[in-house]
Write a protein that binds this ligand. Sequence first.
Ligand code: DAV
Length: 349
Amino acid sequence: MIVVDACDEWSPLREVVVGTAYGAMFPAEDPRMIEATMPREHWAEFRPGHSFPSWIVEAAEQELQALAETLESLGSVVHRPRRVPWSGLGGYCAAMPRDLLLVMGNRVVEAPMAWRSRRHELLAYWPLLQQFRQSGAHWLPSAVDLSVDPLTSGPSRSGQWVIGEGRPAWDAADFLRLGPRTLVGQLSHVTNRSGIAHLRTQLGPDTRVHLVQPHDPHAMHLDATLCPLREGLALYNPERLDPAQLAGSPMEGWELVPAPLPEPCDSPPLYMTSPWVSMNLLVVDHQHVFTEARDEKLQELLVSYGMTPMPMPFRNVQALGGSFHCATLDLRRDRRRTEASSSAGSTSG
Ligand code: DAV
């Protein structure tokens, strides 16, 4: 039986989904979307029926399998998505469960994703969803007509973002959980204002969804911009955010540490992200945190804040569009220990 109960990014992890690279395809989105969000040197890859190089997909699958086994050895129950043949569906992959589903307490919320290529992604998680529901989790389907394309419909494209307001759109990775009633999030090329309103309605008036405004003209997902490490301590992306911008946010008063410049890496290519994907971390508990094996400056920084980095090779997963945070979805984190240890966590470092 799967128990769903997680409301922050750092409490001890007990149960988690680890994505699969199986069948990963370049998402063939409208060129306007690709040009707004993807690195220029790779735009030509995003065409219909084009799979990621098989050597990358195979290596990424091994990296994900190693992550799953390591999480199990640390005591977490690990679930994997179903293998879906994305090529026949015009889809992308199920390597990044963080983008589609938002777990908030015992609620699992489906994001009405903006990308056409991601309309069928729930198929990969369907068997898991049945188990969530049987165990009493609240499943909140998006109930949005995903055949309406927010890229081409609706008024008020702001100039800043490529999508308009034709229907609500948000990606779950544009939000981070800071507690049972608190999210921070951002508007982006895949999250619009009606999407924020939709999410607020889904979660109800008890949950605060605070928007931050990083400087990120290509914004799509907040988890390479801010990375909470424990209550009161977070990494931030110094190219995108000035900590002063978090005044008045639920992170006011937090210790905010600039993430080190990412290590250069040419192969495999980062087709879908900036090099700042290096700060897309998975915190296992208040102490342990997964980092890419080659990000040594980041590991040293984490050690200096009293954390224990768990370096693992993950470059091939990163080539598919995300790192440890993107490629996982925490289902259950231990609440009691959070409450007991959160005051200790906020004073150390
Ligand atoms: O900011 O380069 C990283 C996260 C993708 N899910 C970025 C995107």
